[in-house]
Design a protein around this ligand. Structure first.
Ligand code: GDP
Length: 333
């Protein structure tokens, strides 16, 4: 059993690699919910949706979010009604938000709603929200404090950032199964996700850091930072705001209390050598995931360095999608 901690973009690409090289039933993904928002009165969980869509084969690879081939008629109609349209939700995507909202209104937890939706979409891996309680990532800027989606999508992450906080985190509990999944996994893999706003909220839930410290398997992270810059998105600005250098050393520092192994890009070979001096195990590999084959290869490499035995490094299904495009690094809607 492999446990992955993930956001919704770099994380989804990595999860796509994993599901190609091992049985999906053996993967548990603990997903960030700090970006969740109420949109037109509906409960939207952007990272859970991306992970659900990638695992059900529905994710739009061109956009990197939402459902492939989706239409946007409702968005258009809402615009005509004078409603906000900065957060793009396709029509099929909306069906998922409607179902989630109904399940939550009936008293189901986010975990239960997530499991119902993923089951209906044929997902065989286990997707767990980090918590069933509301934890909200808030980004403080000179223009005010914004939710993550306001900062990222509405304002195109153009604001300088003073700090980031996770409202509600101190009162939150890990969702059922999260601590057990981390502690008992053969390996815990921190996906190449934003260390501040994707992995940060997960680590801010009391009990999760402790579970990582108690993990039976190795804890490895794939760096989302390559050559002192994020592959895409605002991770550099946000790391800087939180006092971390935008480098593989900054990623290592974000996870220093529990990390056994850092997988970084071959381009960071020199920085890797310096990090090894501090005692951390660092492995250089090709980490840019442009194609399905890149993703599978990275997943295979990570498994080979963290677990041994069945599944490690063995390709079970090369179900690489035929709709690959070069535009995989779009880290924005
Ligand atoms: P979010 O929820 O949309 O913020 O998605 P994630 O946090 O899962 O992913 C965003 C991070 O993924 C960014 O910091 C990127 O640098 C990183 N990323 C995106 N694509 C790649 C890739 O192909 N390789 C690596 N190593 N990192 C990537």
């Amino acid at each position: 059993m492999i446990c992955v901690l993930s956001g919704g973009t770099g994380g989804a690409k990595f999860v796509d690699g994993l599901r190609q090289v091992m049985p999906p039933e053996e993967i548990t993904i603990v997903v960030n919910t700090g970006d969740d928002l109420l949109w037109w009165g509906l409960s939207v969980s952007p990272d859970i949706d991306s992970i659900t869509y990638v695992l059900s084969g529905l994710l739009s690879r061109e956009r990197g979010w939402g459902v492939k081939g989706d239409t946007f008629l409702c968005l258009q109609a809402m615009g005509q009604l004078g409603e906000p349209t900065w957060f793009h939700t396709g029509d099929r995507d909306l069906a998922v938000h409607l179902l989630r909202s109904r399940l939550l209104a009936e008293g189901k937890t986010l975990s239960q709603a997530t499991s119902t939706i993923s089951e209906k979409l044929g997902v065989r891996a286990r997707i767990l929200p980090m918590s069933d309680s509301r934890v909200e990532t808030l980004v403080d800027t000179p223009s005010g404090e914004f939710s993550f989606e306001e900062y990222f999508v509405q304002r195109w992450y153009q604001d300088p950032v003073n700090s980031v906080r996770f409202a509600g985190a101190s009162d939150a509990e890990p969702a059922p199964g999260v601590v057990e999944a981390i502690v008992s996994a053969d390996a815990v893999i921190i996906a190449p996700s934003n260390p501040i706003t994707s992995i940060g909220p997960i680590l801010a839930v009391p009990g999760i850091r402790d579970a990582l410290l108690r993990a039976r398997g190795k804890v490895a992270s794939v760096s989302p930072i390559v050559g002192n810059a994020p592959v895409a998105g605002p991770a550099g600005i946000l790391m800087d705001a939180q006092g971390l250098p935008c480098s593989i050393a900054g990623v290592a520092r974000a996870y220093e209390d529990f990390l056994d192994l850092l997988i970084c890009d071959v381009r960071d070979a020199r920085a890797a050598e310096a990090l090894r001096g501090s005692g951390l195990r660092v492995q250089c590999s090709q980490t840019i995931m442009r194609s399905a084959a890149d993703r599978a290869e990275l997943a295979r490499t990570v498994l080979a360095h963290t677990v041994r035995g069945p599944g490690a490094g063995q390709t079970l299904s090369e179900n690489s999608s035929s709709d690959e495009t070069a535009a995989h690094d779009a880290d924005q809607p």
